[in-house]
Write a protein of this length. Structure first.
Length: 208
C-alpha cells in the first residue's frame, strides 16, 4: 500500500471543504474557514484532531469498516452498494450533529429546515462513505487508512473549518455544495475505472 492512500484518506475532506468555504466566502467573509479567523488556532486544531480520532475514527470504525464493510464486500456487494448500505444509516445516526452545526435561524421555518438538513446530510455523508469503501477496496482493505484516518479527517476538519457564523440557509447551501462535490468526485473516480468503483466486478468476488 503506497503513501498515496494515506494522502487520499487524510486530505480529501479538508481539500473539498476548504475549496467550498473559500468560494462562499467571496459573498461573505464570515464564511471563511474557521481556522483562518480564530485567534486560538492551536486549541482548535488539537480539539478537532483529538475529537476526530477518538470520537470518530477509533470508536465508530470498529463497527463500520471493521465489520460491516468487509462483510458486505465478501457477500459480493460492490463498492457503491456497500457504501450506500453503510452510508445511509451512518448518516442518519449523525443527523443531530449536523442539526447542531446548522443552528436553524429565523430566516427558514424549522419544519422546512429539518427535512432539508436531514436530506442533505444523508446525501453528503453517504457519498463520503462510498469514497471510504472505495479506498478500503483499493488500498488493500486497510481499516486504519480507509476507516480510522479517513473518518477522523472528516470529523476533525468539519470542526476545524466550519465557520461559527454558518447557520440556517447558508448552512444548507454550503452543505449541499459539499454533498454535490463529493458525488462529483465519486463519479470521476468511477469514470477513470471504466464506469465502476470496485477493484473487480462484484460477481467475481470470492466468498471467504
Amino acid at each position: 500500500m503506497g503513501a498515496r492512500w494515506y494522502a487520499v484518506a487524510l486530505l480529501t475532506a479538508p481539500l473539498y471543504m476548504t475549496a467550498i468555504l473559500l468560494a462562499f466566502s467571496l459573498s461573505s467573509p464570515e464564511l471563511l474557514p474557521r481556522i483562518l479567523t480564530t485567534s486560538d488556532k492551536v486549541s482548535l486544531l488539537l480539539f478537532g484532531i483529538g475529537w476526530g480520532l477518538i470520537g470518530g475514527g477509533l470508536l465508530e470504525e470498529l463497527g463500520w469498516t471493521g465489520f460491516a464493510v468487509p462483510t458486505l464486500l465478501r457477500q459480493r456487494y460492490g463498492v457503491l452498494s456497500t457504501g450506500l448500505l453503510v452510508g445511509v444509516p451512518w448518516a442518519v445516526l449523525h443527523f443531530m450533529a449536523f442539526f447542531y452545526l446548522g443552528r436553524p435561524s429565523a430566516a427558514i421555518p424549522l419544519a422546512i429546515f429539518v427535512p432539508l438538513d436531514l436530506f442533505i446530510s444523508v446525501v453528503g455523508l453517504t457519498a463520503f462513505r462510498v469514497l471510504m469503501v472505495w479506498v478500503y477496496d483499493r488500498s488493500g482493505e486497510s481499516m486504519l487508512v480507509a476507516g480510522v484516518l479517513m473518518h477522523a479527517s472528516y470529523t476533525a476538519f468539519t470542526l476545524i473549518l466550519t465557520p461559527l457564523a454558518l447557520a440556517g440557509v447558508a448552512f444548507l447551501a454550503v452543505t449541499f455544495a459539499g454533498a454535490a462535490a463529493v458525488w462529483v468526485v465519486v463519479a470521476a473516480v468511477a469514470l477513470t475505472q471504466g464506469g465502476h468503483l470496485s477493484r473487480q466486478p462484484p460477481l467475481r468476488r470470492r466468498v471467504a
